[in-house]
Design a protein around this ligand. Structure first.
Ligand code: C5P
Length: 415
């Protein structure tokens, strides 16, 4: 399965760079396009090469940069017409006033304008120039012509300029341009439109107004999964016990204290959930009666017997609903990893168990690394030790695949 972050896998982008100080940002843009899996062919105008070197862009894109329309060697490798046909998108960033004028006029006096003229691919330009040049009637007229020709005009942004002016004419930031490229070319993220509910952290079970029973769960793995699910396009509800971990961007967090609070929040969130992942270390027991007042030491040091009752099993409750999401449990085991995880899969009637061998000191509790075995009804898959954030991404990818394959069988919200 593709990495869900690589939304531009094998998309062919011709990145045009013309003469402007914003060309330095095109280096970052080029790199990020490649990170997202795109094949990037950089074409620079002569003026562009005065701001950043073709060598820089060659190193970033992994391909020789094209600058010359009539270079026999480059033309022999991929002629300019071939290059124009190769591109699935032509993005010119930065696009100077001069380039916009030449594109609007339909000239073909260098490789970049020729490629634009000869290509059927969508063309996007990110104007970058001094604010007065941008405001000039000629540039505005050229942009109107280009927009009429179907060219996408991305930006410019407004703000302080390299020349000291303030106003419109700044090239959009690489992030913003990347978002637009992904919207235009990218495959949708694997969990787009899905609701993922995750429980994380410990629960606290009060003994009296000042004491509680709990455990050492940090919440880190659950929070990393929430972040990865959001990055995969999901709407994420993170039901968190008391932990000191920041909420990942774009995630809705519901703070709870006890197992019963967590169950109530989970049941409410699970109504329209597609995937439910129980990462929380829920306290198995709670004091039968939490005292209203602080419990005092008995005279004579006779000790204290605690009367405990079992907490509800949140994940089993969600998995037993008639209409239910795809349910994933975590299992921390010290022996018979697979057998115990498999029995948990059956007993709790969940769809997938992430089994963690907590007897190993190099992974799991207290470590930044973790390695797990995925136990599904049809088989197992071992994911070796790696940083918890990397593991979270891999787990979300696997969970998404299992959930989507299972969707027609049992899950309501994915229809
Ligand atoms: O039975 P055990 O505690 O080993 O199962 C672990 C899995 O069950 C985890 O996914 C955990 O979040 C979930 N669980 C739960 N409610 C409980 C106990 C465990 O959801 N009361």
């Amino acid at each position: 399965m593709r990495d869900f972050m690589q939304r531009l896998q094998q998309k062919r982008v011709l990145l045009g760079i013309t003469g402007g100080i914003a060309a330095y940002k095109a280096c970052e843009l080029c790199r990020r396009l490649c990170d997202l899996g795109a094949d990037v062919q950089v074409v620079m105008t002569l003026a562009g090469t005065r701001f950043v070197t073709p060598l820089t862009l060659q190193a970033l894109s992994g391909r020789p940069v094209r600058t010359d329309l009539l270079d026999p060697a480059a033309e022999a490798a991929m002629g300019h017409i071939e290059l124009a046909r190769w591109a699935e998108l032509i993005l010119v960033a930065p696009a100077s006033a001069d380039f916009l004028a030449r594109l609007a006029a339909g000239t073909a006096d260098d490789l970049l304008t020729t490629a634009c003229l000869a290509s059927d691919a969508p063309i996007a330009v990110a104007p970058a120039m001094n604010q007065a040049m941008w405001r000039s009637p000629a540039t505005q007229r050229n942009c109107a012509t280009l927009a009429g020709d179907g060219v996408r005009i991305w930006g410019p942004g407004s703000g302080s300029q390299a020349c000291g002016d303030e106003g419109p004419g700044r090239m959009l930031e690489p992030n913003d341009l990347l978002d637009r490229v992904q919207t235009l070319l990218g495959t949708p993220p694997v969990l787009a439109g899905r609701h993922v509910v995750i429980t994380a952290g410990p629960t606290r079970e009060p003994l009296d107004p000042v004491r509680y029973l709990s455990n050492h769960s940090s919440g880190k793995q659950g929070f990393a999964l929430a972040e990865a699910a959001a990055a995969a396009g999901a709407r994420v509800t993170l039901i968190a016990g008391p932990v000191a971990v920041p909420t990942p961007a774009g995630v809705t967090r519901v703070d709870v204290t006890t197992a019963r609070d967590m169950l109530a929040a989970a049941e409410a969130a699970a109504q329209d959930a597609d995937v439910f992942i129980g990462v929380a270390a829920v306290a198995d027991f709670r004091p039968a009666n939490a005292a209203d007042q602080k419990i005092k030491k008995a005279a004579g040091g006779s000790g204290l017997a605690l009367d405990l009752v079992e907490n509800p099993d949140i994940i089993a409750t969600i998995a037993s609903r008639e209409v239910r999401p795809f349910v994933v449990a975590f299992a921390a085991e010290t022996e018979n990893l697979i057998a115990n995880a498999r029995s948990k899969l059956e007993r709790k009637r969940v769809d997938l168990v992430v089994a963690n061998d907590v007897s190993r000191s190099d992974i799991g509790f207290g470590s930044d690394d973790n390695g797990v075995t995925l136990v599904a009804p049809e088989g197992e898959e071992c994911l070796p030790a790696m940083p918890k954030t990397a593991l979270a991404r891999l787990l979300i990818e696997r969970i998404a695949r299992h959930a989507i394959e299972a969707a027609p069988r049992q899950h309501h919200a994915q229809s």
